[in-house]
Ligand binder design. Structure first.
Ligand code: MN
Length: 414
């Protein structure tokens, strides 16, 4: 298998099909493993529409993991550290080089633990620059640098789905995402998530496939370009350099890869934001039915929310709350509960038959949006817009009801 674009080509062939690559050296590579919302839901034992609620419950009931003394599923790879022993792909023609895209960083600083996803450019056998958006790991790195120190990190490649999803949830700095992972694990397995502690003090799941133990150093280097979730290239930025000191693997390790801008990227980046939108909308209006970040908006910029309206202004309040729940959100459509928000055609039908821009449209200029949106202005200043397609309370719904036989059917497999 050609590590330059060959893996991308195979993964893009059918985004719903998990692909295992053998013959990539000592390791198996897997892609599209969690490429559909339905597969994730099946694994966790809930309907697809119930995923935001499941994640929200875990967020609100964090459970400490269970620290086990071992043995871990993995052991130290003997010999000098050489990341080129890993089959790290180059995904797209204009990417800067080979990247680890399914890398989950477990870091600890002054008693606070943090999990987060970051892409890591394998620039040399010891490491390379990492992309840190200004969130929690970035904050830890700045705190460590202020004391003239590197930040110890453990980078997990391949771990239980519960850990993987929890690492993608954006919560307050004080929250330890490992406890969200453990809450999800407890629900499915009946006990807290087993974790082991590495010599650096960083904790990782006992059942990790590959772990890179190292440091975010005090040096910066140019990072990128790299294709991101919108399917466009993220520009070059000065970013911290990571150095790896130790590699751990299982006997027959499996390296997960995420191809940017595909279904798996949407599931692991966008889906974990939906509970935050759900929580914010629920706090603002009663009768919230479902939330979804749409694939058309790269599961990042566009959302749909369905509510059962109880007060005339609920549609607008729900929209404003959705923006508060996910800062990168640019557009939200609010619909009545008879609209299936998982069906884009039906959402557009609701806009076509129930929405009037002079009263349903709210435009919010000068707000902060996503750094990924190429149409945003300086400092990511963007115009957000809300489309309230809910019907007025008390209106005769007969002229607005679609003949059930005509309702577009959704492929139950998603
Ligand atoms: Mn965090």
């Amino acid at each position: 298998m050609d590590l330059r674009w060959g893996i991308t080509e195979e993964i893009l062939r059918d985004p719903r099909r998990p692909v295992w690559f053998r013959g990539t050296g000592a390791m198996t590579v897997v892609g599209n493993l969690w490429s559909s919302r339905e597969r994730v839901a099946r694994h966790l034992g809930v309907p697809a529409a119930g995923l935001p609620d499941l994640l929200l419950t875990a967020l609100e009931h964090p459970t400490p993991p269970e620290r086990v003394e071992g043995p871990a599923a993995f052991h130290v790879l003997p010999g000098p550290v050489d990341l080129t022993r890993l089959p790290v792909p180059v995904f797209f023609p204009r990417d800067a080089g080979p990247y680890l895209t399914a890398a989950i960083f477990s870091a600890r600083w002054k008693g606070k633990q943090n999990l987060s996803f970051h892409r890591l450019w394998v620039q040399n056998p010891r490491g390379g620059p990492v992309r840190l958006v200004p969130r929690h790991l970035d904050r830890m790195v700045r705190l460590a640098r202020a004391e003239g120190r590197d930040l110890p990190v453990a980078i997990v490649l391949g771990a239980p789905l519960e850990f993987t999803l929890a690492a993608a949830v954006a919560t307050d700095y004080a929250v330890d995402e490992m406890e969200i992972a453990s809450a999800l694990w407890q629900r499915r397995c009946g006990r807290p998530l087993p974790v082991v502690e590495l010599p650096s003090g960083c904790q990782v799941p006992r059942d990790s496939e590959i772990v890179l133990e190292g440091r975010v150093t005090q040096q910066d280097a140019p990072e990128g370009p790299f294709l991101d979730v919108l399917g466009t290239y993220d520009p070059i930025r000065e970013q911290p350099v990571v150095e790896i000191d130790r590699i751990y693997t299982t006997e027959e390790p499996v390296l997960p890869v995420i191809v940017a801008g595909t279904g798996e990227h949407y599931v692991l980046m966008g889906l974990p934001r939906e509970p935050l939108i759900l929580r914010a909308v629920r706090a603002a209006v009663p009768g919230v039915r479902a939330v979804r970040l749409t694939e058309g908006g790269s599961a990042w910029l566009h959302a749909v929310v369905s509510i059962e309206k109880r007060r005339e202004g609920d549609g607008k309040n729900a929209a404003l709350a959705a923006f508060a729940g996910h800062a990168s959100l640019k557009r939200v459509v609010v619909v009545d509960p008879d609209i299936d928000i998982f069906n884009d055609e039906e959402v557009e039908w609701a806009l076509a038959t129930r929405f009037q821009a002079d009263r349903g449209l709210v435009v919010i200029p000068g707000a902060t949006g996503s750094s990924l949106d190429p149409s945003a202005g300086k400092d990511n200043v963007t115009t957000k817009w809300a489309l309230d397609a809910t019907l007025p309370l008390g209106v005769d719904r007969t002229p607005f009801t679609r003949e059930p036989y005509l309702r577009a059917r959704k492929d139950p497999e998603g």
